[in-house]
Ligand binder design. Structure first.
Ligand code: ASP
Length: 302
């Protein structure tokens, strides 16, 4: 069987390929890309709820001229009819499906699917593991703002433990030489996250004057059995509000992968803040995903 490239996490891309994705992103935002995926079929397989990522992948595929099939299985596994995941992958490959975009609550699911699939798998979020296209669009947004990210500092705040967005962003930013400052209470952020280029801090106010960007995270309530701290404690220590915005550097920006919960990780003053970049992130998401699809399907070197 021909081995084809998939994107399970950022490690699957070399530094050159990431640079290529960003170059293409800029080009695709400038000029419509044309039907570079004409005659190819993309299947979006979403086992978990999604608004942004699902729509964004759909738009990216349609803009590239692909045929698109959307599947939202009600069961978490295909095995309700006794078929193994590997056999399902063989079936989809035999139909001539080129790309599978997969979201699943189980970490490792897209990887397992990729093992048996004669096509490209793109991980659209697997459990708490990874969300590589989100990290790419986050990094693209940061580069748009600051240029080279080497030597810059980015705070990632909140429920790091359950955030696949944070996990992919940490990997991606560290590779670019950016200092990652993780901020949150112990229950959301064990000290073991600290490592080369990655700091763990508990005092949000102390971090704010020293970073170029803040990425806020949603508390992943659906992944907790019991919440480690009360909402009131979280808000007191970690909600970004008007007073805390005042502690930021003048040129600092604030980001969020969405969906954001007003009143929890941020209050309404953040949505009016000049450095709030949420809409930029969402905007870039479509072209970043077009660039990833184009790289996986069309790049000659892969
Ligand atoms: N949309 C992101 C994800 O799917 C972040 C979140 O849900 O909080 O991981």
């Amino acid at each position: 069987m021909r081995i084809r490239r998939s994107l399970i996490d950022l490690d699957d891309l070399t530094a050159e390929e990431i640079a290529q994705v960003f170059e293409q992103t800029a080009a695709f935002e400038e000029t419509a890309p044309g039907r570079r995926l004409a005659g190819r079929t993309c299947v979006n397989l979403f086992f978990e709820e999604s608004t942004r990522t699902f729509t964004s992948f759909n738009m990216a595929e349609l803009r590239l001229g692909a045929d698109v099939v959307n599947l939202a299985p009600r069961n978490l596994s295909f095995t309700s009819k006794g078929e193994t995941l590997g056999d399902t992958a063989i079936t989809l490959g035999a139909m001539g499906v080129s790309v599978l975009v997969v979201r699943h609550p189980e970490a490792g699911f897209p990887q397992r699917l990729a093992l048996g699939f004669d096509g490209h798998v793109i991980n659209a979020g697997d459990g708490v593991h990874a969300h590589p296209t989100q990290a790419l669009l986050d990094i693209y947004t940061l580069i748009e703002e600051f240029g080279d990210l080497k030597g810059r500092a980015v705070a990632i705040v909140g429920d790091v433990l359950h955030s696949r967005v944070a996990h992919s962003a940490i990997r991606g930013l560290s590779r670019l030489g950016t200092t990652v400052v993780l901020v949150g209470p112990e229950g959301f952020l064990p000290s073991t996250y600290a490592g080369e280029g990655v700091r763990v801090e508990r005092d949000f106010d102390g971090v704010l004057p020293n970073v170029d960007a803040v990425i806020l995270l949603r508390i992943q309530r659906e992944r907790f059995v019991a919440m480690p701290i009360s909402d009131e404690e979280y808000v007191a220590g970690y909600r970004l509000d008007r007073r805390r915005l005042g502690l930021l550097r003048k040129e600092a920006i604030v980001m969020h992968p969405g969906p954001y919960n007003r009143g929890m990780e941020l209050d309404d003053s953040v949505l009016d803040f000049a450095g709030w970049r949420y809409a930029r992130q969402v905007h870039h998401g479509v072209a970043v995903r077009m660039a990833v699809l184009d790289l996986l399907v069309n790049a000659r070197s892969l």
